[in-house]
Design a protein around this ligand. Sequence first.
Ligand SMILES: [Zn+2]
Length: 51
Amino acid sequence: MKFRINTSELKCEYCGGELTEDNIYVRVINGKEHYFCCSHCADKYEQRIKM
Ligand SMILES: [Zn+2]
């Protein structure tokens, strides 16, 4: 599945790493899309906001 988004302005919301079309992980948290470099960052971000 390809995401049609402009990745040039996107950074991993957890670690701040740059995202590219080939290296992006999208997860919907609380009804909002969040962008990460990998599932690990998404997991940690999700854990952090749930605490
Ligand atoms: Zn990351």
